[in-house]
Design a protein around this ligand. Structure first.
Ligand code: KG4
Ligand code: ZN
Length: 338
């Protein structure tokens, strides 16, 4: 007998993107995202506006994902959703919608940790080789910077974490000082590609063991720019590409110092990256270059790096295979550990 296919509808609403995806087993049939433009003029996500936008987006986004996948909701096997971490008001919209849909269709509910999604996105079927367990994952986003030892889809151990800002914030806040729009990370990346990474020297903040610290970095960038623009008010304009390249170079140096230490300490040489910042071209290239040191590296496809629901779907699929379902009493958890 042919094994039955599993169809999972997944919802991600932890921050400012309303996303829905449909998966057939580990394959993505649709992966739809409504970005919220409203936050751009505020230079950051406004939580109250985000949850309001999720409320108006969620129904059309789910509808669109079903249509693109050419799936009828009665074919669905389970509903997966992001339980946390994230913004409470945003999470609540996805959680409530997922619960109501699961209840009305009488199918199981799968609660997913957002960062598990970023890590397990590597297992979405795309014809590429997958990591085998255990492997190390560097999860880098606007809210997280962690080195995780992934022993299985449900057994993950955080080896190091940021003590203050996430690396995505370091990109965004430095970019904001340079006058770039929100989020500045992708623009810093683009400008850095044309600049000299060694034009300016920024300090590497100290943090114990495998942990990170980024809050001092943006202050160092700020003081450096204040000093230079005092001497030449057009300094930023004249050197924008070199400044971006130097910022990116330093952030990559910080990330990889600890990642290399983690590889040495654990002896695990399979290394994957995940999270929004793993879209960065410099980080991708640097990780790839580590293959010359015997690492085996894994980089997720672009579509599955920044927040998306396909990653929640694949994490939900692993839970589905383990019959690890959530009850209807489940609630959003804005702060949860791995
Ligand atoms: O995972 P994500 O979409 O949302 C969170 O869970 O935080 O990550 C968003 C972060 C933002 O800080 C954004 O600036 C950063 O990812 N980002 C980048 C790039 N693309 C997105 N940072 C540097 N280079 C990029 N190409
Ligand atoms: Zn994320």
């Amino acid at each position: 007998m042919q094994p039955q296919n599993t169809y999972i509808l997944a919802i991600e609403s932890s921050c400012d993107d309303t996303a829905c995806a449909i998966l057939e087993n580990d394959r993505v049939l649709s992966n739809f995202i409504a970005n919220q433009k409203i936050h751009e003029k505020y230079g950051g996500v406004v939580p109250e506006l985000a949850s309001r936008a999720h409320q108006s987006n969620i129904v059309p986004v789910v509808h669109e994902a079903l249509q693109q996948a050419k799936i009828n909701k009665n074919q669905l096997s389970a509903i997966a959703f992001t339980k946390g971490p994230g913004l409470m008001g945003s999470l609540l919209v996805g959680t409530s919608f997922a619960k109501s849909l699961a209840l009305s269709l009488n199918i199981p509910l799968l609660d997913v940790h957002h960062m598990h999604g970023h890590i397990l996105a590597h297992f979405i079927e795309d014809g590429q080789e997958k990591p085998s367990f255990p492997f190390l994952a560097l999860t880098i986003s606007g809210g997280h910077t962690q080195i995780v030892q992934v022993n299985s889809p449900s057994d993950m151990k955080v080896l190091g974490t940021t003590q203050d800002d996430a690396v995505g914030e370091a990109f965004d806040k430095s970019g904001k000082i340079l006058g770039l729009g929100y989020p500045a990370g992708p623009q810093v990346d683009k400008l850095a590609q044309k600049g000299n990474p060694k034009a300016f020297l920024f300090p590497v903040p100290k943090a114990p063991e495998l942990n990170y610290s980024f809050s001092g970095f943006k202050t160092a960038v700020l003081y450096f720019l204040q000093r230079e623009t005092k001497k030449d008010e057009n300094f930023i304009e004249k050197n924008l590409e070199d400044i971006c390249a130097s910022i990116q170079y330093t952030l990559i140096k910080i990330l990889f110092q600890k990642l290399e230490k983690a590889v040495q300490q654990t002896g695990i040489k399979q290394v994957a990256i995940g999270g929004g910042v793993s879209a960065n071209s410099g980080i991708r290239a640097h990780l790839k270059s580590m293959e010359s040191k015997g690492w085996k590296t894994f980089i997720p496809p672009f579509d599955y790096t920044t927040d998306n629901a396909a990653m929640i779907g694949i994490a939900g699929y692993f839970k589905y295979l383990e019959n690890d379902f959530a009850g209807l009493e489940i609630t959003s958890t804005p702060r949860i550990h791995m």
